[in-house]
Design a protein around this ligand. Structure first.
Ligand code: FE2
Length: 374
């Protein structure tokens, strides 16, 4: 898989399989780093590097098209067996099944997840799943993963939300289909890491966390053989962070693909909105607070603000506690300001009836929602 190539043929997205050393013997770039336009230019113009050794190509031109999924984790034999079993299944019937299931889940989520641009998101989603390679990977992901149904639903949700952000950013139809596909498959590497680590109910020690983090490399390996960089790069970059504190390469915001930045925000939102073995699901309002608090630190603030445009924090019918202790029910969602719906008051803090008096939080600065009552 390693290939020594002249710098003129190096493309962004390729990964170094050997350190790049300058004429004094100092390391310029370490093995494992993904090359960007900027780093390629610097290597060539500033350090006159004439060739590098790279491991992967992301653009579908890789020579090894018979690439096999790499398997890591405590019990690799288990994954090998499952993949072998999958190869013997009647995929035609299963692909129809997975497609129908994706359509059903997608429609249900569009009805219940308060997404703007509903019709267009639905149209893009249907185009995104209308491809055999996409369905095959969704099927594998669904079957191999423990909690496969939950993961399947979560990535459909991620795809729909990412697409809605893309519409807000005025992406073209073809770009939106790529984004929707990238957001369906970006975490596919998770199905081949140790499922015990993935579903652990404790904080992982460093060495186990490192194993889990490898899902970004595995996912990228799987996707870069079949799809363009718009789909494979987010698998590699969705845990990178705005300030360079993420993994695998500590790349900063401007070095990340737009789709990676969009998917990073939605990934955190959907991850926290599902319960894990060691914690309950976060209420939407708390996730939004977390995201806003990490704008331009962990995530691109522009993407967060577009995200907040396409979802509503409170669902109609949610029971909420106000800052003065009153309890009410959300009766009308206002787009802006964010998180300021109309609330019909039911009880005060001493449980005395408030007779359904309505209060519009978008125009009343004295009151705000403290939390949603489950
Ligand atoms: Fe991930």
């Amino acid at each position: 898989m390693n290939q020594r190539i002249p710098i003129s043929k190096v493309k962004p997205g390729m990964i170094l399989s050997m350190d790049v050393i300058n004429h004094n013997g100092s390391i310029l770039l370490k093995k494992g780093v993904m090359l960007t336009d900027k780093t390629i230019q610097i290597l060539f113009n500033k350090y006159s590097i004439s060739e590098v050794v790279v491991k992967y190509e992301h653009n579908g031109e890789a020579k090894n098209n018979n690439h096999k999924m790499e398997i890591i984790g405590a019990n690799p034999q288990r994954y090998t067996n499952i993949i072998n079993q999958l190869n013997h299944l009647d995929s035609t019937g299963l692909l129809d099944m997975i497609k129908n299931d994706a359509i059903k889940v997608g429609k249900m989520m569009l009805e219940t997840n308060f997404i703007q641009h509903t019709k267009k998101v639905e149209s893009i989603f249907f185009q995104a799943i209308d491809r055999t390679e996409i369905l095959e990977l969704l099927l594998k992901f669904r079957v191999i993963s423990e909690n496969g149904r939950e993961h399947f639903n979560r990535y459909i949700k991620t795809s729909l939300l990412a697409t809605a952000i893309g519409i807000n950013l005025n992406l073209s139809n073809s770009e939106l289909v790529l984004l929707a596909r990238a957001a369906l498959l970006y975490d596919i590497g998770n199905c081949l890491v140790d499922q015990n680590l993935l579903n652990s109910d404790y904080v992982l020690p460093k060495n186990e966390k490192k194993k889990l983090n490898e899902h970004v490399i595995i996912g990228f390996q799987i996707l870069q053989e079949k799809f363009p960089k718009e789909i494979s790069l987010p698998a590699y970059q969705h845990h990178e962070r705005f300030d360079g504190s993420g993994y695998p390469n500590g790349l900063k915001n401007n070095d990340l693909h737009l789709f990676s930045r969009i998917i990073a925000v939605v990934d955190v939102y959907t991850a926290l909105s599902y319960a894990r073995p060691h914690r309950p699901a976060y209420p939407t309002s708390e996730i939004i607070e977390l995201l806003l608090g990490s704008g331009d630190i962990l995530f691109d603030y522009k993407i967060i603000s577009e995200f907040l445009e396409v979802i509503n924090i409170y669902a109609e019918g949610s029971l909420v506690l106000l800052n003065n202790g009153d309890v009410g029910i959300v009766t009308e969602i206002k787009g802006k300001p964010i998180g300021k719906p109309v609330v019909k008051l039911i009880y005060d803090k001493k449980w005395r009836s408030l007779h359904g008096k309505e209060i519009d939080l978008s125009t009343n600065n004295l009151y705000f929602i403290k939390k949603v009552i489950d």
